[in-house]
Design a protein around this ligand. Structure first.
Ligand code: ZN
Length: 471
């Protein structure tokens, strides 16, 4: 067995735990559990994800900010539901030097209670609205469940957008825009998703309603983001008001949009295979790796051609690396397949004579001989085809995993995503969760009407409720 050999992808948990370190994404040996080190290759991918998010935020008129990491307990406690929801998960700072603090401070688990005291100072009149800001920062949650790199960690690389609006309708328009941003992002990240309106018993602490952004990874649902409508639930305790055109004062309506490094976890888990990672072209630190196939006595010649090809490709706008290490080509193939590089070019003496190269694509593992003078447009097409293929094939796969279940109270084998007729009562939803050992994801984002009856109480069904095992 080779040192860097992977367990098969079918042993998903083992495979995942190994690949994140073997592909150079993270180092889990940092001496605080659940707080991992971002190593260079992984951090490059995360920064590319951030940059796609920044582009979308800029396009839609959000401004980037950076709030302090610490929040005073007095502000954190203002919204009752919020403190109830997060209270057990926070890290406290109780001392400064040798002195015990009068007001304890906490490491932000999310930033509502850091930002909203400032919003109440910033927002004065209707002309200050809408206020649209975001930040990309670390948040902290004391996770008690088993930690897992990028999926369940205690220091989380986090994106959060916060907006304030003059009324509920304008906040709803923001949520529509958030969903459009989501779709643009997910196509680039090649992550298929469903949006579910979470049931009331599982909405965000303090929200009026919550939309969960869900994807399917190895038979379980992974929540990769969420969008919340707060209405005026936070603006009342934080006293965030504006004066309208007639001199009257109103509380603002607010929304938030959150995503995290789980996006990275989803990319690893959804696309990876027995050979390792498969990175979407937009995110790959190297989109192309060139591997020289040296021949005795002609090594310098081959290396020279590889380097000039790399320069040509870089000038064409691609991120390229030439692997000149003293290793067999086969070992290099293995190394870069493991790290998910979308395209590999192999170049030897015979290719030089024929003015061709061998092109390998990671998503399908296909190889093809391509003429040197057609290479740049060929690769440009191939990269967009890889992006499309990764997204479409994952989307197809996710679709096939949802099934309507007539009677969840008697079912033996629960499908990955279970769709059930539902009367709308919390009690019935909770009974199904308990019986099937799943979590209710909620209802479809676009209201679905159901025929028939609720399988728990027998009352007419109002809609469908979705269930799955979750991470
Ligand atoms: Zn019912």
């Amino acid at each position: 067995m080779r040192l860097d050999e992977l367990p098969p992808r079918d042993d998903f948990n083992d495979w995942y735990n190994e690949i994140v370190e073997k592909a150079g994404l993270t180092d889990k040996r940092y001496p605080i559990k659940g707080m991992n080190v971002w190593t260079p290759y992984g951090w490059k991918v995360m920064l590319s994800i951030d940059s796609l998010i920044r582009n979308e935020m800029e396009r839609t008129g959000h401004d980037e900010v950076n709030f302090p990491t610490l929040i005073p307990e007095s502000e954190f406690s203002k919204e009752a539901e919020h403190i109830k929801g997060f209270g057990k998960d926070v890290y406290w700072v109780t001392h400064a030097g040798e002195n015990e603090l009068d007001v304890r401070l906490l490491l932000r688990p999310t930033s509502e209670t850091a930002m909203y005291p400032m919003f109440s100072l910033w927002i004065r009149s209707h002309s200050d609205l809408p206020l649209k800001i975001f930040q990309l920062v670390s948040t902290f949650r004391y996770e008690t469940k088993q930690t897992r790199a990028f999926i369940r960690v205690r220091e989380i690389h986090f994106f959060e957008a916060h907006t304030a609006h003059r009324d509920y309708e304008d906040a709803e328009r923001q949520i529509k825009e958030d969903l459009e941003i989501l779709d643009n992002l997910m196509r680039k990240l090649c992550i298929p998703y469903e949006v579910h309106k979470r049931p009331d018993w599982d909405k965000f602490a303090g929200a009026y309603y919550s939309l969960g952004i869900d994807t399917l990874m190895a038979g379980r649902i992974l929540q990769i983001g969420s969008i919340h409508q707060y209405r005026d639930n936070f603006s009342k305790p934080y006293d965030i008001t504006y004066e309208d055109e007639n001199g009257e004062h109103h509380h603002v309506h607010q929304t938030t949009y959150g995503m995290s490094e789980r996006l990275f976890g989803a990319i690893i888990g959804i696309h990876g295979d027995d050979h390792g990672l498969i990175l979407p072209p937009e995110l790959a630190p190297y989109q192309i790796v060139i591997v020289p196939i040296p021949k005795k006595g002609h090594q310098d010649e081959v290396y020279g051609v590889c380097n000039s090809l790399a320069d040509e490709l870089k000038a064409g706008g691609f991120r390229v690396h030439v692997d000149l290490r003293e290793l067999r080509p086969g070992n290099k193939y293995y190394h870069w397949e493991l790290r998910g590089v979308p395209v590999r070019i192999e170049l030897g003496m015979r290719d030089m004579e024929n003015a061709t190269v061998m092109v390998f694509r990671r998503d399908t593992m296909d190889k093809e001989v391509v003429k040197r003078d057609e290479l740049i447009p060929y690769i440009r097409n191939m990269l967009s085809d890889i992006e499309r293929n990764l997204y479409e094939r994952a989307k197809e796969k996710m679709k096939g995993h949802t099934a309507l279940v007539e009677n969840p109270m008697e079912i033996e084998e629960v499908p990955d995503i279970m769709k059930v007729r539902w009367c709308g009562d919390e009690e019935c939803g909770l009974k199904i969760e308990e019986r099937t050992d799943t979590s209710a994801l909620g209802t479809a984002e676009h209201e679905e009407e159901a025929e028939g009856t609720c399988p728990v109480c027998g009352k007419p069904a109002k809609t469908y409720l979705y269930f799955a095992k979750t991470y």
